[in-house]
Design a protein around this ligand. Structure first.
Ligand code: AMP
Ligand code: MN
Ligand code: MN
Ligand code: MN
Length: 276
């Protein structure tokens, strides 16, 4: 089975390496096919593709779209779409547009619990200010000594019910799938095991995604335990979803799994990359 890594981030969103650096690191780690999937942005794709071409690694356009489904923040991956598609580009611009205002509100909320300077602090970590994200706030809170690492930041801050979390209107599930399919791409649910959904709600979500034309789910993910891999392999077979594999690498020292280092897909699944 080829070593395909179809989920990772560059400095165009909340990764620590530039897009060409991500591609070169993937190739050095033995990746045969890479998709760069920055949050809500396509700017890194041409540079990553050029670097992939230089080292002879297959490259697929990717994106990770932030959506809201029944008040939960969920991520939908798009693969192998036309980079110039106007509806997709306009849709992603609309998703990005609220991020700076949300960051100001997050900063104000942190100020109330005695953490000052978070907006400027987070912005210092954001190479692309339009993609200011909770990760950048997290890095600032670690730097400021508020938490010892990113994991504890996300336990104590920046998540629903904790200081620094601000509700946000993202795209809808229907929008995200329509944009990806309209641009000739394939839509996949990112790290399904990470969402706080009951089993029944997850099934309802997957059925709705399938009805809208969604084709794949990420079975192997840097944020899945072996038990979650089993669960989503079973659901992929049951719903006849294609299966994806992605590290969700954000940077050296920050991610649990490096590019290309996940276990292979379990048997009996149809890999999404066979359709590219
Ligand atoms: P945002 O798009 O601004 O809501 O930020 C979401 C990003 O925060 C995700 O893409 C992850 O990179 C990061 N993140 C979310 N939850 C965690 C967590 N528990 N640990 C580390 N990073 C997280
Ligand atoms: Mn991220
Ligand atoms: Mn994600
Ligand atoms: Mn991701």
């Amino acid at each position: 089975m080829p070593n395909c890594d179809l989920h990772c981030h560059s400095t165009c969103s909340d990764g620590l390496l530039s897009a060409p650096e991500v591609a070169r690191r993937a190739a050095a780690n033995g990746v045969d096919m890479l998709a760069l999937t920055d949050h809500d942005a396509l700017d890194g794709l041409p540079g990553a593709r050029a670097a992939a071409n230089d080292v002879g690694m297959a490259f697929v356009n990717g994106v990770e779209i932030s959506i809201e489904w029944e008040a939960l923040q969920i991520h939908i991956l798009g693969f192998a779409f036309d980079l110039g598609d106007q509806t997709l580009n306009a849709g992603l611009a609309s998703v990005r547009s609220g991020r700076i205002e949300r960051a100001r509100q997050m900063s104000a909320a942190l100020e109330k619990v005695g953490i000052g300077g978070a907006f400027d602090g987070a912005m210092r970590h954001a190479a692309n200010p339009n993609l200011i994200s909770r990760s950048h706030f997290g890095r600032y809170l670690v730097e400021a000594g508020v938490c010892k690492d990113l994991r504890s930041v996300f336990e104590s801050y920046l998540v629903p019910g904790r200081p620094g979390y601000v509700d946000h209107r993202w795209a809808t599930l229907a929008d995200s799938v329509r944009w990806i399919l309209g641009a000739g791409g394939v839509a996949a649910v990112a790290h399904p095991g990470r969402y706080k959904l009951s089993r029944a709600d997850m099934r309802r979500f997957l059925a709705e995604f399938k009805d809208l034309g969604g084709q794949a789910i990420e079975v192997m993910s840097g944020s899945h335990t072996p038990e979650l891999v089993d669960t989503y392999a079973r659901l992929a077979r049951e719903y006849a979803f294609l299966a994806s594999r992605g590290s969700d690498f954000h940077g050296p020292g920050e991610s649990y799994v490096d590019l290309g280092k996940l276990a292979p897909l379990p048997d009996g699944l149809k890999p999404v990359w066979e359709t590219f």
